[in-house]
Design a protein around this ligand. Structure first.
Ligand SMILES: [Zn+2]
Length: 277
């Protein structure tokens, strides 16, 4: 599933290509791919493309917003060939110069919402702090964490607390922090919360630098793969890169969690300093 770094990569690669283009129409090839579709004759010139959590938001000079959520397997493929298709094309966005953006989605959970720019979008309004914003602070997470007993792994996946994290990066962040994924969230101290913040930023930045993680479906807009899978330390690994012990695998809220029982075992163990780690 595309997470923050994958969505950011798509945006970084699309913006120089589509900003300024005239969006003529959006057509769906599978029912319920387009949401809130109104009778709009002209969608307008593309002004901006940006990210909120895992959502891609495109705005036009006709005061419209096009919100794309890729969900499990959604992909955006840019092509200058108007007649080209893809194996699971659910919709396409057609530009006046006959180039287009294909929305391909095997599992069909992805959606495109078209709405006036001033319309409140509930799924965006409920999102929590952006990891690269000032809102993502120790104080913010401390307030959010102190009343929650659920395992930290599940809370980090909660989009209303932190926007953009998914299963792969949460596994990596907890390993980097040496925090057991099943530890009750409200048992974490401020030092551990600080470690979650710094490691989240560090890991996400590096993943964006390497254009995201391609393990199964995620592809960039030119259909190339990301490269951060080569830097994963714990996700889908069998041996801990730190201590050499076998990596443990459990299910939490239906998702696979990978962790090192030895390095992340004791929830109350103080973080190792850089010198002896
Ligand atoms: Zn280990």
């Amino acid at each position: 599933m595309p997470e923050l770094p994958e969505v950011q990569t798509i945006i970084n690669e699309l913006s120089p290509i589509i900003i300024g283009k005239n969006l003529v129409k959006i057509e769906e090839f599978r029912e319920n791919t387009l949401i809130n579709q109104q009778k709009i004759s002209y969608l307008g010139q593309i002004n901006t493309i940006f990210r909120r959590g895992k959502y891609i938001i495109i705005t036009t000079d006709q005061k419209l917003q096009i919100i794309i959520h890729l969900r499990m397997t959604g992909k955006l493929i840019y092509t200058e060939n108007l007649t080209s298709s893809s194996s699971h094309m659910r919709a396409h966005l057609i530009f006046s110069d006959h180039s287009k953006l294909i929305f391909d989605d095997v599992r069909t959970f992805g959606q495109i919402t078209i709405a006036p720019l001033n319309q409140q979008i509930k799924s965006l309004d409920i999102l929590g702090a952006e990891p690269f914003s000032n809102d993502f602070s120790t104080e913010y997470l401390w307030q959010k964490f102190r009343k929650r007993k659920a395992p930290i792994k599940n809370i980090l996946l909660n989009q209303t607390i932190i926007a953009g994290l998914g299963n792969i990066y949460v596994n990596e962040i907890l390993f980097a922090c040496q925090i057991h994924p099943a530890v009750p969230t409200n048992s974490l101290n401020k030092k551990q919360i600080g470690a979650i913040i710094s490691n989240t930023i560090k890991i996400l930045k590096k993943a964006i630098k390497y254009n995201g993680t391609t393990i199964s479906d995620y592809k960039r807009v030119d259909n190339k793969s990301g490269k951060f899978q080569n830097f994963l330390k714990i996700y889908q690994k069998t041996e801990c890169p730190k201590c050499g012990n076998p990596v443990s695998r459990i299910k939490q809220a239906g998702r696979s969690t990978f962790f090192c029982y030895s390095c992340q075992n004791n929830p109350h163990k103080p973080l190792k300093s850089k010198n002896n780690g």
